[in-house]
Design a protein around this ligand. Structure first.
Ligand code: TXA
Ligand code: MG
Length: 317
């Protein structure tokens, strides 16, 4: 199922992770920077490598439901139902944490984010380890997420071994959901490829009524404004047409020309190419990147794409 080279990379990743190192791990959403979730100094290396503040909790990645018993203290009927429907896949569930998961992983919270990725190389690596891995996106804190192995290498150089699993199929970070105490409400903390509608449709088959709401997590401020930022400023043109002089003045930059970020009209393709294009635009000899907000982009996946674009932006006009 894997090529010789892929198998070699899988083996190397396993030995690195077992030795307490961090590894660039392909998933179907974005590349992660993985470490043994039960090894405190390995987890610490994630924060150091990413220059990530300790208040931003990590997601734990599993490759089999049986691993949940070492990660969460409760797995009630609703998360179980959603796991059956959406795992493996781009859905992270925030659940009560198990005793073995430390506050370093959860930023001191009593809950932990868990995800079962669909990428076969990620699954093979995690299964080969015998322990789950903590993995945030493999980018410097606040910067654009990586969707190719090359992106990760360009971010961290030789410091990190990266498994090449090809370009990410989804291209956007997983949907993060949490629950109320009685498991009657699903709260979408971060929109993603599993949409509000996907959840509602699935929940029609659940044994009782559950509501789906959007609610950014107040306790885990991982998605504060200024996240996912490219190295050049991104300008969203919501109402105004392009005026390069005005934008350069507002951004206080010398170079007055900008480059347009053009995304495919199909949101599945737009999500897949978003971070690649943001990085490409950032390498051009211009002062800024601009993107037009299009009224027709009302599909649910566009909500997730625009969530990232608005957090990546420096200016909205
Ligand atoms: O698709 C993904 O989720 C990727 C791949 C690598 O799996 N990972 C990812 O990780 O995007 P990261 O660290 O960049 O974003 C995870 C976000 C955090 O910013 C945090 O806000 C939220 O998930 N999160 C994690 N644990 C949480 C918790 N206990 N409560 C609320 N939110 C949590
Ligand atoms: Mg991230």
């Amino acid at each position: 199922m894997f090529s010789v080279q892929q198998q070699e990379e899988i083996d190397k990743a396993i030995s690195n992770l077992k030795s307490g190192n961090v590894v660039g791990l392909p998933t179907e959403t974005v590349y992660g920077l993985a470490a043994n979730v039960f090894d405190q100094s390995a987890v610490q290396k994630i924060f150091e490598t990413k220059k990530r503040p300790f208040f931003d909790p990590l997601i734990v990645h599993i490759s089999h439901l049986s691993q949940l018993k070492s990660v969460v203290s409760e797995f009630s009927d609703l998360p179980q139902f959603l796991a059956e429907r959406f795992w493996p896949g781009p859905l992270t569930m925030v659940l009560p944490k198990g005793a073995k998961i430390t506050g370093l992983v959860t930023s001191g919270l009593e809950t932990v984010g868990v995800r079962f990725p669909k990428h076969t190389m990620a699954q093979k690596i995690i299964s080969g380890l015998g322990f789950p891995v903590a993995a945030p996106s493999a980018n410097l804190f606040g910067k654009t997420s990586p969707t190719t192995a090359e992106h990760v290498r360009s971010e961290f150089g030789d410091k990190v071994f990266v498994v090449d699993g090809g370009p990410c199929e989804v291209g956007l970070e997983s949907t993060v959901i949490g629950f109320d105490e009685n498991y009657q409400i699903v709260k979408i903390h971060r929109p993603g490829a599993i949409t509000n509608k996907d959840l509602e449709v699935a929940l029609n088959d659940f044994s009782r009524q559950v509501y789906v709401t959007y609610e950014e997590s107040k306790v885990a401020p991982g998605h504060l404004k200024h996240h996912y930022m490219p190295t050049l400023p991104l300008v969203i043109l919501e109402k105004e047409s392009l005026d390069e002089n005005k934008i350069a003045t507002l951004l206080k930059i010398e170079k007055k020309s900008g480059v347009e970020l053009k995304l495919s009209s199909d949101p599945v393709l737009a999500a897949r190419e978003l971070y690649v294009k943001l990085r490409e635009c950032s390498q051009m000899d211009v002062g800024f990147i601009y993107v037009f907000k299009n009224e027709s982009q009302i599909n649910e996946l566009w909500t997730a794409i625009w969530d990232r674009l608005s957090k990546a932006s420096s200016l909205v006009l």
